[in-house]
Write a new protein. Structure first.
Length: 319
């Protein structure tokens, strides 16, 4: 993460001023069991105008999933780093092109102690994390047919490459068709093992002048089954989101965005695979001077039995 800081500072220096009233940050699932299976996520409205716009997002997640319904089980204990660069370019007055790429790593990490302290502070007893060896790594699956899959930790690798085309129906409504191409890491349990497609429509409304911005999205996706889990993978996926951004002083704002994603697996009887994701992305948005807008946030798991990760730390810049 230290290497990302100089790039953020460079973008701060070079980026052009942002349009007032920009919306919510982009979001995609972090759990490697889900992120490689879906092209869906929250896609903000693409700004109109000539030239390129974009964002750089750095996410660091602490993941602990332990779920068993004999004979199947899932044990995922890891910390996942992801850096994503997204670029947008207008095509005429209504169309636009989006390109995105991400690199990720998965390792034992260092956050177990702080995570236990944080959950004690908010009154949540996280028994699984307490029972696991501190700052250890595990990625183990036992499938309903009795076969087992075990993954190793992963160094930094390309885990996402996508291209998307979008249409602005109005200044408050857009639809984006996105395609994720295979990245070659699927055989190791990371990245996108097969082509994933998604259609996401996003709407925006404003209230209190330009102080309050409301945004929501609906998505429908298709990903063909692949790999050792193909028998239990769903082809059709869906997502929904709803959130708000409140500008409280100058160009500074707070935001919250609820993201829901349908289950990517079926028939395993294991909740960590067969259930839905429900995550809350929230934090601060601030723009010093005329540089890019800075995003500092957290993502919390609202449904302990699903594939959403326990906590994600977010830092980014949008220009």
């Amino acid at each position: 993460m230290v290497r990302i800081v100089p790039l953020l500072l460079l973008l701060w220096t070079l980026a052009p001023p942002l349009a007032a009233g920009q919306g919510l940050p982009a979001y995609r699932p972090m759990n490697p069991l889900l992120s490689g299976r879906t092209a869906l996520g929250f896609i903000p409205l693409s700004p109109a105008g000539d030239g390129w716009s974009g964002d750089l997002a750095v996410d660091y997640a602490s993941v602990v999933e332990s779920s068993q319904r004999s004979p199947a089980s899932v044990l995922l204990d890891a910390e996942v780093f992801r850096a994503t660069l997204r670029l947008n370019h207008s095509l005429g007055s209504r169309g636009f092109l989006q390109l995105a790429g991400a690199v990720s790593s998965s390792q034992a990490g260092f956050l177990d102690g702080p995570m236990i302290w944080y959950h004690d502070l908010v009154g949540f007893n996280e028994a699984t994390r307490r029972e696991r060896p501190r700052n250890s790594f595990a990625y183990q699956l036992t499938l309903p047919d009795g076969s087992t899959v075990e993954r190793e930790s992963s160094g930094l690798r390309v885990t996402e490459l996508s291209v998307a085309g979008g249409l602005r129906h109005s200044v408050h409504w857009q639809t984006v068709a996105r395609v994720l191409v295979p990245t070659g890491g699927g055989s190791a349990g990371y990245g996108t093992p097969s082509v994933a497609t998604g259609l996401v429509t996003t709407v925006r409304s404003r209230a209190l002048g330009d102080r309050l911005t409301l945004e929501g999205s609906l998505g429908l996706g298709y990903t063909a089954p692949s790999g050792e889990l193909a028998e239990w993978q769903r082809r059709w996926l869906a997502s929904a989101s709803g959130g708000a951004r409140l500008r409280f002083w100058g160009q500074q704002a707070i935001y919250a965005n609820l993201f829901l994603h349908s289950s990517a697996y079926h028939g395993t009887s294991v909740p960590a695979l067969d259930r839905e994701e429900a995550s809350l992305d929230f934090g601060f948005l601030f723009r010093p001077g005329k540089g890019p807008e800075i995003v500092a946030g957290l993502v919390e798991d609202l449904y302990a039995f699903g594939p959403a990760v326990d906590l994600v730390l977010r830092l980014g810049a949008r220009w």
